[in-house]
Every structure is written in C-alpha cells, then in structure tokens.
Design a protein around this ligand. Structure first.
Ligand SMILES: C[S@@+](CC[C@H](N)C(=O)[O-])C[C@H]1O[C@@H](n2cnc3c(N)ncnc32)[C@H](O)[C@@H]1O
Length: 193
C-alpha cells in the first residue's frame, strides 16, 4: 500500500482535499504524505480499534493531527452535511455493506462537498471480469474481505453521487496483474434530495 508507484495515483486524488476531511479505511496511513501542506487535521474511520504501530508512526511523521474513530463506515456517527471532503482509497473493495457506507458518505458530505476516491474494481474486459468473479471468494478470505469485482463507478453513481466527468480516470495501471489493476479515481459530489 505504501509502494511509491501507488503514490503517483494517490497524489492527484488526495491532493485536492480541503476543509473538514474524513478518510474512510485509513489502514496504515499511506495517504498522509499526499494531503496538501495546509491540511493540519484529518478525521479517520478505521474498524481496527488499535491503529497499527506503522499507522501511528506515519501519523507522528506527518505532523498532522489525526482524529481516529474506531468504527465501520456503514454507520457514521457524524451530523448530516458536516464534512467538506471524504476520501476513500482502496477501501470500497473491503467494506462489507458498501452501498450502506456510500449512503453514509453521501449523508455526511455537505452539498458542496466532494468525495475523492481511488479504487480498484471490476474490469470492463469480460474475460478479466470472469476471473475476478471466480477469484473474489478466495480473495475475500485471504485479503481482508477485499472484492476484486466491484463496479466502482456504478456503485458510486447508484449511491446518488454525480461523478465529475472531467476528473474521472479509469485505466489499467502498470505492473499490476489485470485482475487487481483496473483503477477508478475521481471526484464526486452528492446529489441531495
Ligand atoms: C486495502 S486497505 C486500504 C487502506 C488505505 N485506505 C490505503 O489506501 O492504503 C482497506 C482498509 O479498509 C478498512 N475497512 C474494511 N472494512 C471497513 C468498513 N466497513 N469501514 C471502514 N473501513 C473498513 C480496512 O480496515 C483497511 O484499513
């Protein structure tokens, strides 16, 4: 997750975070170096109650204040319209009830707020997608609940977000097997009402 080759993809996504920021599925904090220098405080949601030693070191090294909430994204304890930015990188694959989590992300985002995402998911190539479907049960067992076959763009749109067509990028990334290498990144705004 800290591979510098992934950092090239994280930077343009995380680099536009601003205002009150919530990161879903913090992991070991691989996004921390990529927030704008002016961002001093980030709130995070991570089910593991104890952040790993690695995560704590990355927080200390970042010099940023990280407010940690040990809970699942499917149920967020925050007020409606209370965040300017929600960030998710390589996390929508792992959330058990991803539709519920996206509904919560939409709820807590301010109408003018933005959802910034970078995710791997279902390939548009049916031959690759077939293998993604076949291997997802195994991947879930060995990969912490990770699904290979989630249609990321469709999931986000069906949750009531408008994806900025100028900022969205969908592509295979270099040097990754295609079953994990179809990345979708971009910016989405909540459609309220
Ligand atoms: C593959 S890791 C990605 C970590 C980090 N976002 C990154 O880009 O390196 C997936 C993360 O999602 C978290 N996660 C799994 N289920 C979750 C849930 N229901 N709500 C929030 N986070 C969850 C895991 O604990 C893990 O930290």
């Amino acid at each position: 997750m800290h591979d510098p080759r992934l950092g090239r993809h994280r930077a343009p996504v995380v680099g536009s975070a601003q205002g009150r920021i919530l990161e879903i599925g913090f992991g070991t904090g691989a996004n921390l170096p990529y927030y704008p220098s002016g961002v001093r405080r980030i709130e995070i949601v991570e089910p593991d109650a104890m952040l790993s030693q690695r995560a704590r070191k990355h927080i200390a090294d970042s010099g940023r204040e990280v407010i940690s909430h040990a809970l699942f994204a499917e149920r967020l304890p925050f007020d409606t319209d209370s965040f300017d930015t929600v960030v998710s990188t390589f996390t929508l694959c792992s959330i058990a009830q991803v539709d519920q989590a996206l509904a919560e992300i939409r709820r807590v985002l301010h109408p003018s707020g933005r959802f910034l995402f970078l995710e791997h998911g279902q390939s548009p190539d049916p031959r690759i997608a077939k293998w993604q479907h076949r291997l997802t049960p195994l991947q879930k067992r060995v990969g912490g609940g990770c699904h290979l076959n989630r249609p990321i763009r469709t999931l986000i749109e069906h949750a009531g977000f408008a994806i900025d067509s100028e900022l969205v990028a969908e592509r295979y990334v270099e040097r990754l097997p295609r079953i994990v290498g179809w990345f979708t990144s971009g910016t989405a705004t909540p459609m309220k009402g």
